[in-house]
Design a protein around this ligand. Sequence first.
Ligand SMILES: [Zn+2]
Ligand SMILES: [Zn+2]
Length: 351
Amino acid sequence: MSKATGYATSHSLTSLAPISFDRPEPDPLDVQISILYCGVCRSDLHQVRDDWKNTVYPCMPGHEIVGRVTAVGNEVRKHAVGDLVGVGCMVDSCGSCASCRAQLEQYCEGPIGATLTYNGPLKPDGTNTFGGYSSHIVVPESFVLKIPAGLNPVAVGPLLCAGVTTYSPLRHWRVGKGQRVGVVGLGGLGHMAVKLATAMGARVTVFSTSAEKEADARRFGAEDFILSTDKKAMTAAALSLDFILSTVPDSHDINPYILALKRDGTLVVVGTLAPFAKPTDNSKVAFQRRSVAGSLIGGVAETQEVLEFCAEHGIQAEVQVIPMSDINEAFKRIAKGEVRYRQVIDIVGTL
Ligand SMILES: [Zn+2]
Ligand SMILES: [Zn+2]
C-alpha cells in the first residue's frame, strides 16, 4: 500500500474535504500515476449528491485524469515511467464478453459491468474505487491512455469524458462532410461536440437557451445558432438536419428537436440518463422514419482515437483551471450553469 491524499465526501449533503487513504502497490500489469490535472464533470456532482441512488461513501470523484507514470508492474509493456498519460471513466472490465471483445468496454456485459474510475466496485474484493481528485492512482495498463505530443496537458482531461462521449456517437453514426449536424446545449459536452463535428466536416447548428452563447458557438465552429426558446426559429429548422446530439444535462423535451431532423435522421441523447420531460411523440419519429437513440462515453480504443484526432486537428477543451480547495464552489458553478466550458483542478499545484 502507498499513502494517498484526496478530496471526498461521506454523505450526499456534506462538502468534499481532504482525506488520507491507501492505494495498492501496482500489480504486474498495473501503472501508478501521479496526477497533474483532473477535469470536473457534471457526473461528479450527480454522484456526490447520490442523484442516481447508487453512491458508495466515501465518494471521491474524478474521471478526467492526466498525470505522469511513476511506477509500472513488471509485465507492463505499453507505458513507461515518466510518460504523460490519461485515465478516463473506466479502470477495468471483464475483458471477455462480446462488448469487451469489440473494444466497447463501456457496455461490458460481465456480472458487474465495467469498473468505473470512481464509485465502481473494484475486482475481485468489491471495494469502492476512488477517482482523480487525488494525489495518485493505480490502473491496469490497458485502461491507461497515451497523451499525444502537442496536446496541452491542462486541457486534455475533458477529452477523456466530455470528448469521447460526443466523439463516439459522431463516429458510430458516421457524421462527416456534407452533413448538417445539430448540437443541443453548449456546455462541457456541447462545446466539444461542436469542435469535433466541425473538424469532421459537418456544418453545425447549435441550439441553446442562452443567447449570450452565440458568439462562443461560432468561435467553436458552428455556422448556425438557434435560440431554442424562439418558436419561430424552431419551426423554421424543421427537416433541416441529418443528425442531432443532445448534450442537455437534465431531463428535457426532445420532441421539438425530432422535428428538426430530415427523413432518416437520428437524434442521440448523451447529456442525461433521466427520463425525457415529455413522452417521445412517435408520430414525429415515424413520419420521416427518424430514430431516437442514446450513447454512453466510449471504449478505451476510441478514447485513444479522440486524443489522436484532437492532436491532429488542434482541438482542445476550453478550460478554467481551479485549485483543489475550490471544488465545492466549482460544483455550485456547474449547478448554476456558469462554467465556460470545463473546470480542471490543478492537482499537482494545489492538492
Ligand atoms: Zn464525466
Ligand atoms: Zn465485458
